[in-house]
Ligand binder design. Structure first.
Ligand SMILES: [Zn+2]
Length: 254
C-alpha cells in the first residue's frame, strides 16, 4: 500500500503540522509510514523536515523522498519497528516558506507567459530564502524584469484565493493553453489531475505540491538575479518580503 499523502487532501491540509501514523517498513536509517504530512522532494520543491515520536522517543527526519512509498530518512540508526504508532510533526517555518515560494512560482510563471509571448517555464527550484525559475525562450532586460515584478505584486495585492480541484485533461486544456500549464509534457495516459487554481482561473496548473490558500500570504516579490543557462534559457532568482497576511499552522493531531 502506498503512503497516503495527507498534505495533498486539500489546500487547507498544507497548514496541518501534526499527524499520527503507523510504520509500514523499517530500514536501517529510514522508515515508510502508512500516511504522512511530510512532503517528499519533487516538482522542484524541497522536502519537509521535522520529527517522528515513537515508543522510544523523538527522532529527526532529515530527508524525505519517494512517490508511492514515502521514505522518511532519519539520518541514523533508529529503534522504530513495523507496526509502531508514531506522531509526526513537520517544521512549520520551512514548510510555510516553501508554500509561499511555490505559489509565487505559479503566479510568476503564468504572468511571464502572458507578458512575454508565451514564454515557457522549463524548470524551477523552490528553496527557503530564495527560489529559481527557468524560462525559455527569453532574453530578459531590466525593463522586462521590472514589468514582471510590478505585475506580480499588483496581482498579489488583489488577494486572490488559491483552491484545488480534480479536473480532466480536456477540461484543463480548454481553459489554459497546454504550453502554459505544461500539460503537453505529461504522458497521455494521465487523464485526471489535481489542479491548483488562483482566483477565478487567473492561473491553473496541475501540481502535487503544497500551496498557501490566499496569494496575499506571498508578501512582496523581488527578482534578485538573472542568469543565462544557454540555448535561449534564462534563470531568474526571487525572494519574498514578509507578508502581513501570514497564516498560522494548525497544530492538532490529524
Ligand atoms: Zn504547485
Amino acid at each position: 500500500m502506498a503512503t497516503t499523502k495527507l498534505y495533498l487532501e486539500d489546500i487547507e491540509a498544507a497548514y496541518e503540522t501534526k499527524f499520527s501514523a503507523k510504520v509500514t517498513k523499517a530500514n536501517e536509517d529510514s522508515v515508510v509510514l502508512d500516511r504522512t504530512l511530510f512532503y517528499p522532494l519533487g516538482g522542484g520543491q524541497n522536502w519537509d523536515e521535522g520529527t517522528l515520536v515513537g515508543p522510544n522517543g523523538a527522532i529527526d527526519v532529515v530527508e524525505v523522498r519517494g512517490r508511492e512509498d514515502i521514505i522518511h530518512n532519519l539520518g541514523s540508526e533508529h529503534q522504530l519497528e513495523i507496526g509502531d504508532e508514531i506522531v509526526g510533526e513537520i517544521d512549520w517555518e520551512r514548510r510555510y516558506a516553501h508554500m509561499r515560494m511555490h505559489t509565487a512560482q505559479h503566479l510568476v510563471s503564468g504572468i511571464a507567459y502572458e507578458l512575454f509571448d508565451g514564454v515557457r517555464t522549463v524548470g524551477n527550484q523552490i528553496n527557503l530564502t530564495h527560489s529559481r525559475i527557468d524560462f525559455n525562450p527569453i532574453s530578459f532586460d531590466q525593463d522586462m524584469l521590472l514589468e514582471l515584478t510590478e505585475k506580480t505584486n499588483e496581482i498579489i495585492s488583489l488577494k486572490h484565493e488559491v483552491t484545488d480541484l480534480t479536473m480532466m485533461r480536456n477540461e484543463i486544456n480548454s481553459i489554459m493553453p497546454p504550453e502554459r500549464t505544461n500539460m503537453d509534457l505529461l504522458p497521455s495516459f494521465i487523464d485526471e489531475l489535481r489542479v491548483v487554481k488562483i482566483g477565478d482561473s487567473l492561473d491553473l496548473c496541475p501540481c502535487a505540491g503544497t500551496h498557501i490558500s490566499n496569494i496575499s500570504e506571498i508578501g512582496e516579490i523581488s527578482i534578485i538575479g538573472k542568469k543565462s543557462k544557454g540555448k535561449g534559457t534564462q534563470r531568474i532568482t526571487y525572494e519574498l518580503s514578509n507578508s502581513e497576511f501570514l497564516r498560522k499552522k494548525k497544530s492538532n493531531i490529524i
